[in-house]
Design a binder for this molecule. Sequence first.
Ligand code: GLA
Length: 348
Amino acid sequence: MGPPERVVAFAPGRVNLIGEHTDYNGGFALPFAIDAGVRVRASALGERRISAVAADYDGERDSYSLGAEAPSPGGWRSFVRGVSAELAAEGLPLRGCSLAISGDVAVGAGLSSSAALEVALCLALLALADADVVPPWPLARICSRVENEWVGAQTGLLDQLASICGRERAAMLIDFHSGVIEPVELGLGAWRLVTLDSGGRHEHAASGYNARRAECQAACVALGLASLRDLEAGMLSRLPSPLEQRARHVFEENARVLAAVEALAAYDLEALGALLDASHASLRDLYEVSTPEVEATVATLKAAGAAGARVIGGGFGGHVLGLMPPDAVAPQGAMEVRPGAGARVLER
Ligand code: GLA
């Protein structure tokens, strides 16, 4: 049997339960994949060209020869061109094809629509070329190079790994230092997790994110550390402001991730809620990635009875996560989120 003539791949967005801005600092995070995501249909063409259309973005087409991806055109086209260029740079096989991209995960709103797009494109292109499966970490790295070099956001590997490794009923404890990924059962009983959009994404989201990442790097240089994972509490006072606050957030957030795993194991959802609140306070006061819209959204969720509420993803806008006790009524516009299966080829 030769390679397939047509494949369909799907990759989900993600919600990060806790562990924000820890991924690029060799720390811990506890994300889960959600049901919403991006679907890519790839049909083989008789020439070494990609012709792509994205119905849910602008409905326009991009067409280019494989090997002639650069320069990065911007928007969703940068993801398509970046993925085919980076797969080729890895020596992975590629075939010319037409791509139809569609999705139901909000774009640019902290639910990782970008990672879902990158991962779905990779899976579709690799399946169409009958390539061997690429394991999670190398696949996530290929996707993050697309983000870093073709899109210009210096993001880490959290979103891609969450999308690739998602499982029903479980969050994933990711250790970005050892590379170990373990499922952690999300036993919520009658409690629910909801997300509520804070409104528009701020224009400086990418530059603010890149600036935070640079500050963490500067903190490492100042302390002579390879990564903030090696930070000890006693070192914090040696850092100037705002590096001290940034590093303190990362240090304490790592501990909160491990505490959240324990709270889940004990089905102690009040304790989990308190950890979400503490994570948010730290993202607001120490990491400084909140906005007035995000604060208003957190307040709305708390007023509705949320046991905990926090901004998710890079910050500077986007969705807020709320943990709702059984008797609480989620505010209007809130969407329930549950852990769903990871990225997969749906048809081949
Ligand atoms: C964005 C990035 C991730 C991660 C989070 C913050 O979602 O893409 O790599 O750094 O922000 O935790």
